[in-house]
Design a protein around this ligand. Structure first.
Ligand code: 2AM
Length: 183
């Protein structure tokens, strides 16, 4: 962040990220997919209201910087697109099972790149690793799914959101703070 003062000295922080948030029908389809993977591979299926695709993860940000984040997002232009989710996969290092699109739409990559560029220009720190668009469906999985492909789930994307992750005894709760249209 541009201000070098230690986070603790700047008061309250929030754990935030930019994401695509599914409409009700897409969330239902994703949740069915999560339950099926959970049956096959164990672990913990993500709750329906937590399913999302992360565009840019910021981590803990001072509360005062949330408005700046919103200004950055408001300047990002993007086009709507359809995500054709036809892939399943596992990451062994963190035991996550995910679904993804074998062909990521250019509009998705352009959106994530534009957001990352603007955020960095504004002084926010993002991880350096390449954007790997995925939706986490199961955590702490015991095994990887047998199939790597699945019937296409079509997710029409027409907006992106800023989300706060809030800890609760039942796990992280995600709160959508603000939404911007893609047109
Ligand atoms: P994941 O689903 O692969 O765990 C909220 O934590 C969201 O931000 C999750 O979708 C998570 O991805 C993503 N994310 C990206 N980088 C992260 C990081 N360094 N720590 C925690 N979550 C991260």
């Amino acid at each position: 962040m541009a201000d070098a003062a230690p986070t603790a000295a700047r008061g309250v922080t929030r754990r935030v990220f930019f994401a695509l948030w599914p409409d009700a029908a897409t969330a239902a389809g994703l949740h069915a997919r999560a339950r099926a993977l959970h049956t096959e591979c164990g672990g913990r299926a993500m709750r329906r209201d937590t399913l999302h695709l992360t565009l840019a993860f910021l981590g803990n940000v001072p509360q005062d910087d949330i408005t700046r984040l919103e200004h950055v997002a408001a300047e990002v232009r993007g086009a709507p697109f359809v995500l054709e989710l036809d892939q399943l996969g596992a990451w062994h290092r963190n035991r996550i099972l995910w679904t993804s699109a074998s062909a990521a739409p250019q509009a998705l990559v352009t959106l994530a790149d534009a957001l990352a560029l603007r955020l960095r220009e504004a002084g926010f720190v993002l991880e350096d690793r390449a954007f790997a668009p995925h939706i986490t469906l199961v955590r702490n999985a015991r095994a990887a799914p047998m199939a790597q492909t699945c019937p296409v789930l079509r997710w029409p994307v027409a907006s992106f959101v800023l989300v706060a992750s809030e800890p609760t005894p039942a796990g992280a709760r995600y709160r959508v703070l603000r939404r911007w249209p893609l047109r």
